[in-house]
Design a binder for this molecule. Structure first.
Ligand code: MN
Length: 496
């Protein structure tokens, strides 16, 4: 048996979470892919199918469903192979054909002309197919991950092009979908090709700080394992190394200016337990052993999950020798969600989906999870609003991918808004009609002007007018979200 067949056998062993019928379909897809790509080779000389097999392997690693894995195997057959969409549809059904078509559509179109425009066109397509089925993006992430891992075989120009697109579009998208591990990997791979000198320097410079922090974590781990064992809590404690690109970005922040001692989470201590109750017990034990740092102390993302679904308790404590250390506490389930995000909604859930019609699917929890991703729908609606390429890119980049602040309603609902957002942006995010009733705003209980720049953690209360009042045109001078701008303009243009 050759190398590839051996890898495929291993893959089959790893999909034991699927039933036999699905496994047979996957075998069929593998045969299909081999025929479609016969005689094709990658730049490094490997047979082309080694690439689609790698993509499928990544999807299995993320424990994805049968449809996604098959789509991974077939994702390049229509574009590069000798098959057509109809062939895929006939052999593998509608879902697979939709996914393969989606991935094919968002392939990098290397057209002549302005490169910026090509990327934007891709982004538009990507957003449109995402709205149909989010698994398209997940297969695309797996594809991109493998392409980035083998980027060294392309020309330098292509390397930079791909790395830039990955850093500007795919990594932020992965973050927004809660796929933290994928985001970290994509960023580090891009970093290496976009800033090769900085990358090499950082690896050298960070060696000592990393290992120092690791030694520290080791000490803490011993004590905490004993403390938790005394309470008979089953626990896994590890050190989480910060990804290189994320470290580099933080080092470049004003106020940090390359000072490693100001980075408290270069290696964070991570505690995994079975239940939510145990998370809080663990937090208590941590604080009895190591005092929390006043003011920057605890973030409880278990009771207040981040909008992308992330849950965990973060606390910063005085570790051994007074060294500030971040500790993250979460359940195994939360950990899986944090690493795989949107992908984890499809993990293991395949059985539930089998043979169920689209209408019935609407009622399942899996679809309910998808509705959390309202921002995708919003992006789709902008497609029509913003015809101009550049403006579209600006809106998408700023609203969807800019650094987000977490803003709370008085009831504790969380909204994530781009940095620089004001109470008016918040009002529109809560409900588009609320913009007709804005009289004033309180932040953390104190009246503020409407152009006040909100900060993460702010609790915002909109003081409402009784009757509908046309939103002030002057607000256009300070709102930052596309949706707020649009609502204020629409309201004022309807007056005539
Ligand atoms: Mn591919």
């Amino acid at each position: 048996m050759d190398d590839l067949e051996q890898r495929f056998q291993l893959l089959l062993e790893r999909v034991n979470y699927l039933d036999q019928r699905d496994v047979d379909k996957i075998k069929e897809a593998w045969q299909f892919a081999k025929i479609a790509h016969s005689g094709q080779f990658r730049k490094n000389g490997d047979p082309y199918v080694s690439h689609v097999l790698s993509v499928a392997e990544i999807l299995v690693e993320w424990k994805l469903d049968c449809v996604s894995i098959i789509s991974g195997l077939l994702h390049d057959t229509v574009e590069d192979g000798i098959t057509s969409n109809e062939d895929v549809l006939k052999s593998f059904g509608e879902e697979v054909s939709l996914l393969v078509d989606g991935v094919t559509k968002v392939r990098e179109v290397r057209l002549q002309g302005d490169k910026g425009e090509v990327t934007i066109e891709n982004l538009r397509k990507l957003i449109l197919v995402m709205a149909k089925d989010l698994r398209v993006v997940i297969v695309k992430f797996a594809d991109r991950l493998h392409n980035m891992r083998t980027l060294e075989f392309l020309s330098e120009e292509k390397q930079r092009e791909n790395a830039k697109e990955t850093l500007e579009i795919y990594a932020p998208l992965a973050e927004r979908m809660g796929m933290g591990e994928v985001k970290g990997q994509l960023e580090d791979l891009s970093f290496r090709f976009l800033y090769p000198i900085e990358y090499k320097n950082l690896i050298l410079q960070s060696k000592e700080p990393y290992s120092k922090a690791e030694r520290n974590i080791k000490k803490m781990k011993r004590f905490l394992l004993a403390d938790l064992a005394n309470r008979r809590i089953r626990v896994k404690i590890s050190g989480r190394k910060k990804h290189l690109y994320s470290l580099w970005s933080k080092l470049n922040r004003p106020g940090i200016d390359g000072d490693y001692t100001k980075i408290h989470d270069i290696v964070a201590l991570r505690i995994l337990v079975d239940t939510v109750d145990q998370c809080y017990v663990a937090l208590g034990l941590v604080h009895q052993r190591y005092k929390p740092i006043p003011n920057i102390g605890i973030s409880d993302f278990i009771s207040q999950p981040k909008p992308n679904g992330y849950q965990s308790i973060h606390t910063k404590v005085f570790g051994p020798n007074g060294k500030t250390t971040e500790i993250q506490i979460r359940t195994y389930a939360m950990h899986d969600q944090a690493e795989h995000g949107a992908a984890s909604h499809w993990a293991y859930s395949d059985a539930k989906l089998k043979g169920v019609s689209d209408e019935k699917l609407e009622n399942t929890s899996i679809i309910a999870e998808k509705s959390k991703l309202d921002w995708v729908k919003q992006l789709v609606s902008w497609q029509d609003d913003i015809r101009d390429h550049e403006k579209f890119m600006e809106a998408v980049k700023f609203d969807a991918f800019a650094k987000r602040n977490f803003i709370f309603s008085p009831k504790g609902d969380v909204y994530d808004l781009p940095v620089g957002s004001t109470p008016v942006d918040y009002a529109v995010a809560v409900h588009t009609q609320l913009v007709w009733h804005v009289r004033g705003a309180k932040v953390n209980g104190i009246m503020v002007p409407l152009d006040y720049k909100l900060k993460s953690g702010d609790i915002v209360e909109i003081i409402k007018t009784k009757n509908k009042v046309t939103p002030n045109k002057g607000w256009l001078d300070f709102v930052v979200t596309h949706e707020a701008r649009k609502q204020i303009r629409m309201a004022n243009s309807n007056l005539t």
